[in-house]
Each structure stands twice: as C-alpha cells, then as structure tokens.
Design a protein around this ligand. Sequence first.
Ligand SMILES: Cc1cc2nc3c(=O)[nH]c(=O)nc-3n(C[C@H](O)[C@H](O)[C@H](O)COP(=O)(O)OP(=O)(O)OC[C@H]3O[C@@H](n4cnc5c(N)ncnc54)[C@H](O)[C@@H]3O)c2cc1C
Length: 381
Amino acid sequence: MNDIEQQRERWRTKAREVAKNVVAPRASEIDAEGEFAWDLAEVYSNYGFLSLLIPKEYGGMDTDITSFCIVVEEIANICASSALLVIVQAVGTMPVVLGGTSELKEKVLPRLAREKGLICFCLTEPESGSDAASVRTKAELKGDHYVINGRKCFITNGGVADFYTVFATTQPGKRTEGITGFVIEKGTPGLTVGKTEEKMGIRGSNTTEVILEDIKVPISQRIGDESGGWWQMMRTLNRSRPAIGAQAVGLAQGALDYLVHFIKGKGGAKEKKDSLGVQCMLADMAVEIEAARALVYKSANMIDEKVKGTPVQMFSAMSKYFASDVAMKVTTDAVQILQWQGLTRNHPVERMMRDAKVIQIFEGTNQIQRMVVAHTLLKSK
Ligand SMILES: Cc1cc2nc3c(=O)[nH]c(=O)nc-3n(C[C@H](O)[C@H](O)[C@H](O)COP(=O)(O)OP(=O)(O)OC[C@H]3O[C@@H](n4cnc5c(N)ncnc54)[C@H](O)[C@@H]3O)c2cc1C
C-alpha cells in the first residue's frame, strides 16, 4: 500500500471503531427520539470527522474525497442519521474553502475545526427546490453591507449550527448568474430558526426552516465575488454526492450484514437459509452493493485525481442515485425476507428502510440526478 492508501485505511479503522463502540449503542435510540445527537457530534469532532475537508492551515484534516467517503460509509453502516452530520459539515464548509477570501476562511474555518463549531448549507426554499437557480432569497448591497431577506426550508443542522452558508440572489431574474453565497453567524439579528421537521427517516438529523429578515451582513462575509455562488454550489455538490452515495452503500451493507447474521443465527428459521428464493435475493443484494460501492469510489477518485476532461458531475450524480436506489431496494428486501419481524423496531432493517427513502430525496432528488446524467450524455460529442 502506498502512503495515500495507508492514510485512507487509517480513516477506515478509526471510523469503524467509533461506529462499533460509540454509535451502535445509540443508533436506534437516536431514531426513536428524533433528537440531534450532541454526544456523537462531540465524538465526531474529537476524531476529526467534522473537519475532514478543511485545510490543515485552519486546523482541519485536509483529507481527500475518498477518505471522506470511507468515513461516511463506515458510520452509515451503523447509523445513516449521524453519518449525515459528517456530510453536511463538509457541504456547509466547502463553498468557503473553494471560493472564500483568506479573511473569511480565517474567521470561519478554525472555529469549525478547532472549536467544534457546526455549519449548515442553506439553498432550498419553499418555492425553489430542484430548480435551484430560482432562489428568491434576496441580498441587496447597501453601502458596506448586504441586507438579506428570504426563507429557507429543509435545512440540515438549521437549528444547531453556529454558521449558515446561505445562497441568495444579488440580481433577481438572472438565475445562475445572480447567485451569491454568504456566511452568516448564529445570533445575527434577523436570523431565526423556524419549524423543525418531523421526518420518517434520518430522524437523528436536525432539519428546520431558516428565516432571514433584514439581516445585515458585511461584504467580508460574502463568499468570493458576487455571482460566484452557482459555481461554488455546483463544485460543492459534485464533491458531496459521492459521499451521499457512500452513506447509501454503508446503510445497504449494514442491512445485508444484519440480515445474514440473523438468518444464520438462532433466531433465523432453517427454511429461510435453505430457500433458493431467499438465497437469490441475498446474492442480488451483495452484487448491487458492490456495484454501487465501485461507482461511488470511482467518482470520488475522479475528483481526487483531478483528471481533466472527465465528466465529474455525471459520475457524482450516477453514484448518488444508483447507490441510494440500491439502498432502497436492499433495505426493502431485507424487511421482506424478515417478514413480520422486519416490520418491527426489534430489527434495525425497519429503520434502515425509512432512512434509505430520505437519501433518494435530498442533495438533489434521484430524478434530477438522472437528468444530469442524460444531459451530459446528450451534450457530449
Ligand atoms: C432530510 C432532508 C434534508 C435536507 N437538507 C437540506 C440542506 O441541508 N440544505 C438544502 O438546501 N436543502 C436540503 N434539503 C432539500 C432537498 O435538497 C430538496 O428537498 C430536494 O432538492 C428537492 O426539492 P423539493 O423538495 O423542493 O422538490 P421539488 O423540486 O418540488 O420536486 C418535487 C418532485 O418533482 C421532481 N422534479 C422536479 N423537477 C423535475 C424535473 N425537471 N424533471 C423531473 N422531475 C422533476 C423531483 O424529483 C421531485 O420528485 C433536504 C431535504 C431533506 C428531505
């Protein structure tokens, strides 16, 4: 193994140990309570999982996208909800890392990496979801600051974050060319947290509305130049979608591992183990998970290797939708094989099936990912 591979394996070992020893005893409780797991956030911070993509000079771990995916996969194998915390921290941070001034980086990144701060990514609005270019939150320049007004919804970490990465339009009607990113600090007058969503899955993750009313934001808290937001957002999503795929792979593997363990163990009926029908379903699950994993790490590797001319956006979209569709199928089949037992909270596959449904929706729905792939294919010569 070369140095990079050894480093990645060290991240896998760390994440696997934390998942087994710290997360596993909490996973079903987090789901049942639907509460943000502050204890796990603390542990993840201590292990560096919440500063994976922050450069070293700001106190972060400065890992590559492959290591990021490995950490997410290992945690999601046990608990997809808290794996989302690792992803969202990176998603909120990346626009600043990719496009922020040194002054903004200095203000935000060390607080996340060294002081255990949390961040969120505020794009979606009640009237602007899949069509992200239609954001209505408005930022108007008035002297040395912007005044921001708007309403964001379905924001992961919205109620627990110290920083809010917010995308607004500085030129209404200009769509992608008018979008600008800002970082707003918790406690800024005019920033309030609205309703907390009661979700069917990924229940341990905090999802809220974020309301922005006449918020004064200094120019220094703008991320890069005006109208640079679309580019920052797209580059961020290209990097986070493989990690969402890794979350789905981890979840699906967790469901299959549990199922196999149960069927082989005392609780499993002999007919299940001997049934050709069940055996074929198990084989399909294993193959589909391996195929999804290969696609996820291929797309992560494309980003790490910075190969010019590769359709990174297409592979990121493929890995997100294929892996989450596999997770949905695998967890549904796991419940099906366990029959009435699979429907009860005595078995984690019930929770995993609810979690898989949510992964098909966030970070761009799977329909939208298919559109990205098709558009890339039709555009290419
Ligand atoms: C648990 C959770 C956490 C989230 N966290 C965040 C977050 O942290 N930050 C954030 O900004 N957002 C977040 N979101 C929002 C998420 O990204 C959006 O829900 C998603 O992008 C879809 O937007 P929408 O819900 O408005 O659906 P819509 O855009 O209204 O779409 C509705 C349906 O129509 C389909 N559709 C829409 N347009 C097309 C089209 N052109 N062709 C074919 N089908 C189409 C969609 O696939 C979907 O099935 C989160 C969502 C969830 C569920």
